[in-house]
Ligand binder design. Structure first.
Ligand SMILES: *Cc1c(COP(=O)(O)O)cnc(C)c1O
Length: 442
C-alpha cells in the first residue's frame, strides 16, 4: 500500500512540475489564487448543509450559512442579479437546475446550438438527428426534445432569421444561448423576443464567459432578456470547480431554488462555495482589468498566429470578442495530421491546448476525435501575467512545431525556459490576509 501511495504522490508532483513548465491554453481552464485554495481546503469539505441558507436540514451550519450568504451577495453584485444560487456543484448541474425549472417532465422542448457548432454536451439530445447515438445531458437526463438553432459558419454565430423561424415552428419551452466554442456575443435580445412570443423561457449558459460578463464585457444576458444564466465558476471566472445559477426573475426564484434542492442536490461542496466567495471578491476588485487583458490577449494571439501563416477563423471580425480563438489546421493535414495529431505534438512541446470541431468539419467528413480545428484560450496565461509580447512568443513556439517542424522535445526546453518568468498568479489577493480584509470591509 505504501508503494501505491508513494506512486500517487510522485505522479502529482510530476503533474505539477509539468504544468509549471508549460503554456496552458485550454479555454475552459484557469487557476485559482492562494487565497481561494486556502478557503477550499477548509473544514467545510467535511460537512453537509442541505437546503437553503438558514433553512438547513443539518446542524453545524451557522458559519457555513454566513459564508454562503456572502457568496450569494457577491455573486449578485458581480452579475447584477437578485437571485444567485451558488449550490450547483458544476455547470452541468446548474444547467439541469434550469431545465428542471423551465421545461416539462414529459416531452419537454428546447432549442439550442448543436454540439458540433460549439454547443455543450449538457445541451445535447438523446439521439442526434443523424441517427448516431449522442448521449447529451438534456436528452438523457431530462428527456428533452431538441431542435437546433441555425448557425452561420461565416459569422461563427447564430443566424437570427433562420433561428427565429425554427423557434416559431418548433415552439420550445426553453431557448438556450451560450456554448463551449464562443467567439462572439449571441443575439439574445433578438431571439429572446421571438422566444417570448411563443411563450418560451430564455436561458443563457455562461460556463465559458461568466467572468467576461461579470466584469462588464462580452454581453449582458440578464439585461438582454435571459430569465436565468448558468455557469461554471472555473473558466473565465477563476474560482474553484463549481457551478452557479443567477436570475432577475423575482417570480421564478422559489421554483429555481427547489429545482436545485431537493430536486438535484444533496451535498453541495461547501468548501468550494467558500472558495467561490473569495474568487468573486477578487473579480469585483481585479476583474475589469483582468478580463480586459484576457480579451486583448486573445485578439493579439489570433493576430500573431495569423501573421505566421496559421489560419485563425474570423479575421474579418478581429478573430474574437471573448477569451478564445479557433484555428483551422486542415492545411497541415498532409504534413502532420489533424487536430488530434497536432494536439499530441504540441503537448510534447509543453503547449497544452485542445482539438476542436470546426463548424464545417462534419460536412467535410472529419469527426471529433481528429477534427480540423484547435480551440485556444487566454484566461490562464493572462492570469500568469502574460501580455501582448508573450502572445507573439507563444505564436512563435506554435509556428516552430507546426510550420518549421522542429522537434517538439527541443521546443519544450524553450517553452520551459520561457515559463520561468511567469510563476505567479496575478489579479488576485496576493496574501490570504488581504482576502479576509476584503471580507471584513464587505
Ligand atoms: C464547460 C461547460 C459546461 C459544463 O461545465 P462543468 O462545470 O464542467 O459541469 C456547461 N456548458 C458549457 C457551455 C460549457 O462549456
Amino acid at each position: 500500500m505504501k508503494k501505491k501511495i508513494e506512486k500517487i504522490r510522485n505522479l502529482l508532483m510530476e503533474h505539477h512540475d509539468w504544468f509549471k513548465h508549460s503554456i496552458p491554453l485550454i479555454a475552459s481552464e484557469n487557476i485559482t489564487s492562494p487565497a481561494v485554495d486556502e478557503a477550499c481546503s477548509c473544514d467545510f469539505s467535511h460537512r453537509y448543509a442541505e437546503g437553503w441558507s438558514g433553512q438547513r436540514v443539518y446542524a453545524g451550519c451557522k458559519y457555513i450559512d454566513k459564508v454562503e450568504d456572502i457568496c450569494m451577495d457577491l455573486a449578485n453584485e458581480y452579475f447584477k442579479s437578485i437571485h444567485a444560487d451558488v449550490r450547483p456543484v458544476s455547470g452541468v448541474v446548474a444547467n439541469l437546475t434550469m431545465y428542471n425549472a423551465f421545461t416539462s417532465d414529459n416531452n419537454g422542448k428546447m432549442c439550442c446550438m448543436s454540439i458540433v457548432r460549439g454547443g455543450h454536451i449538457s445541451h445535447g439530445p438523446r439521439f442526434a438527428k443523424s441517427g448516431r447515438e449522442i448521449f447529451g445531458t438534456a436528452g438523457t437526463t431530462r428527456g428533452l426534445n431538441i431542435e437546433y438553432l441555425t448557425f452561420d459558419n461565416d459569422e461563427m454565430n447564430l443566424d437570427i432569421d433562420a433561428s427565429a423561424k425554427i423557434i416559431r415552428e418548433f415552439k420550445p419551452e426553453l431557448v438556450l444561448f451560450g456554448g463551449s466554442v464562443f467567439l462572439f456575443p449571441h443575439p439574445v435580445k433578438e431571439l429572446g423576443d421571438v422566444a417570448k412570443e411563443v411563450g418560451a423561457k430564455v436561458g443563457y449558459d455562461a460556463a465559458h464567459v461568466a467572468g467576461l460578463i461579470g466584469s462588464g464585457y462580452f454581453q449582458d444576458p440578464l439585461r438582454e432578456g435571459a430569465d436565468a444564466m448558468t455557469m461554471s465558476t472555473h473558466k473565465t471566472l477563476p474560482g474553484p470547480q463549481h457551478g452557479t445559477l443567477v436570475s432577475n426573475r423575482e417570480d421564478l426564484i422559489e421554483t429555481l431554488r427547489s429545482c436545485a434542492f431537493p430536486a438535484l442536490l444533496s451535498n453541495h461542496h461547501l468548501h468550494n462555495v467558500a472558495g467561490l466567495a473569495i474568487a468573486l471578491a477578487e473579480m469585483l476588485e481585479y476583474g475589469k482589468e483582468y478580463h480586459k487583458n484576457v480579451i486583448e490577449n486573445a485578439k493579439a494571439l489570433g493576430q500573431a498566429l495569423h501573421e505566421r501563416g496559421i489560419k485563425v477563423l474570423m479575421e474579418h471580425k478581429g478573430f474574437t470578442e471573448s477569451h478564445q480563438i479557433v484555428v483551422d489546421i486542415t492545411d497541415f493535414e498532409k504534413i502532420i495530421g489533424l487536430g488530434g495529431d497536432i494536439e499530441k505534438l504540441l503537448e510534447e512541446a509543453n503547449i497544452i491546448l485542445n482539438r476542436n470541431l470546426l463548424p464545417y468539419d462534419i460536412a467535410q467528413g472529419r469527426h471529433y476525435q481528429n477534427p480540423g480545428g484547435l480551440r485556444i484560450g487566454t484566461s490562464e496565461i493572462t492570469r500568469l501575467g502574460m501580455g501582448k509580447s508573450e502572445m507573439e512568443d507563444i505564436a512563435e513556439f506554435i509556428k516552430k512545431v507546426l510550420v518549421e517542424k522542429k522537434d517538439p522535445k527541443k521546443v519544450k526546453l524553450e517553452v520551459a525556459e520561457f515559463r520561468k518568468n511567469f510563476q505567479e498568479i496575478k489579479y488576485c489577493f496576493q496574501s490570504v490576509n488581504k482576502a479576509y480584509e476584503y471580507f471584513e470591509f464587505y
